[in-house]
Design a protein around this ligand. Structure first.
Ligand code: ADP
Ligand code: MG
Length: 363
């Protein structure tokens, strides 16, 4: 087991593409840390630098206490599982898992013992004599995992390992990987663009965008207290609703269309002029109350999901999504009022995107 420390990582490719900038992150020993962000934000490049498959333009990577910048991949005590895990098609599951161990000079008996132990953990015992083409996608992915597990690395690196699986299998494998992490207690760094996968699996998320780290924190901390507008919008589904405006007086948030009566956070007086108000879909409810202060809009879409419904309301400058558990739902075309639940508002500097917090933790 080992801690992984990234200090001011920088990656510029020869063609001038700057893939990663000033990335610092410490992943404690035994943590399941998820690097999450949109496609192209530098996740794979970061993981490949940790693995030693990509050189650093600047910065320091430590695994445990050791600086590994110049250490070849094979000597870093890591195992990596990719989206496209190539299994050897002519070898059995057993041979696929044992291959790397035998290459390193491990005895047949010792390799067999490790393969059987991993197969037991991954419920592959009955499949050990099969070849990859006789396995389902999920089973193949488990063999790829097994191949990593038998090496007993200090650090596991996963690059979108579930993205080739169908939706149901992905959910199942998510749970299996989390269980595996608890069982092995190893440090795991998991890359995904899927924020649901990140939220459900990560003990801690490191949210990236445009090659930079935006926020590293526990999933619910990020959900409740996003550091910036990008993170607020990226994490959570449906996404947070936003409206641009400014504070007008102590009790009001004003948009171009008019004032909404919202409690202005204590300490907001020195905030910038232009603000983005953000509210998650569960922070808004629909009311019939005709009140000049609350935002009004026209229902443009109603999506019943069974346990709840999503009501899309056009507020002129934005369409907001309301998560509703009401039995009676408005119809498309109906005019409704929105009521924002106390403590559910987020404010951001419209210029920099940085989150602004009042003296109360909730605003
Ligand atoms: N070998 C390369 N040469 C030039 N640019 C690259 C190379 N590999 C990746 N990039 C660029 O670096 C950025 C980050 O890529 P990547 O780390 O693969 O993103 P992610 O895994 O988050 O989707 C992208 O703009 C990508 O096009
Ligand atoms: Mg990638």
């Amino acid at each position: 087991m080992a801690r992984v420390t990234l200090e001011s990582l920088e990656k510029r490719f020869p063609d001038g593409t700057s893939a990663v900038q000033a990335l610092s992150l410490e992943i404690p020993d035994g943590e399941f840390c998820v690097l999450v962000g949109p496609s192209g934000c530098g996740k794979s490049t970061t993981l490949r630098m940790i693995a030693g498959l990509e050189t650093l333009t600047a910065g320091v990577i430590r695994i445990g206490e050791r600086v590994v910048n110049e250490v070849p991949p094979k000597e870093r005590d890591i195992a990596m599982v990719f989206q496209n895990y190539a299994l050897y098609p002519h070898m059995t599951v057993h041979a696929n898992m044992a291959f790397g161990l035998r290459m390193r000079g491990m005895s047949r008996a010792e390799a067999d013992r490790k393969v059987r132990e991993a197969a037991d953990m991954l419920e592959l015992t009955d499949l050990l004599e099969r070849r990859p083409k006789a396995l389902s996608g999920g089973q193949r992915q488990r063999v790829a995992l097994g191949r990593a597990i038998v090496r007993e690395p200090s650090v596991f690196l996963f690059d979108e390992p579930l993205s080739n699986l169908d939706a149901k299998l992905r959910v199942q494998m998510r749970a299996e990987l989390s269980r595996l992490h608890r069982r092995l207690g190893a440090t795991m760094i998991y890359v995904t663009h899927d924020q649901v996968e990140a939220m459900t699996m990560g003990q801690r998320l490191a949210v990236m965008n445009g090659g930079t780290l935006r926020q590293a924190a526990a999933p619910m901390e990020i959900y409740d207290r996003p550091a910036d507008r990008f993170t607020a919008e990226f994490i959570g589904s449906p996404a947070m609703n936003f409206t641009r405006g400014r504070l007008a007086g102590s009790e009001q948030f004003a948009t171009a269309e008019g004032p909404w009566r919202l409690p202005a956070p204590v300490g907001a007086s020195d905030w910038p002029e232009s603000l983005d108000l953000g509210v998650r879909p569960e922070g808004v409810s629909l009311t019939n109350a005709e009140s000049g202060d609350s935002p009004q809009g026209t229902v443009v879409l109603v999506e019943p999901l069974g346990s709840e419904s999503l009501v899309h309301v056009d507020l002129d400058d934005a369409v907001w999504v309301v998560r509703s558990r009401d039995a009676e739902l408005p119809r498309v075309g109906e005019v409704v009022c929105l009521s924002i639940r106390p403590g559910c508002t987020h404010f951001f500097d419209a210029g920099s995107g940085a989150a602004l917090r009042g003296m109360h933790a909730t605003v």
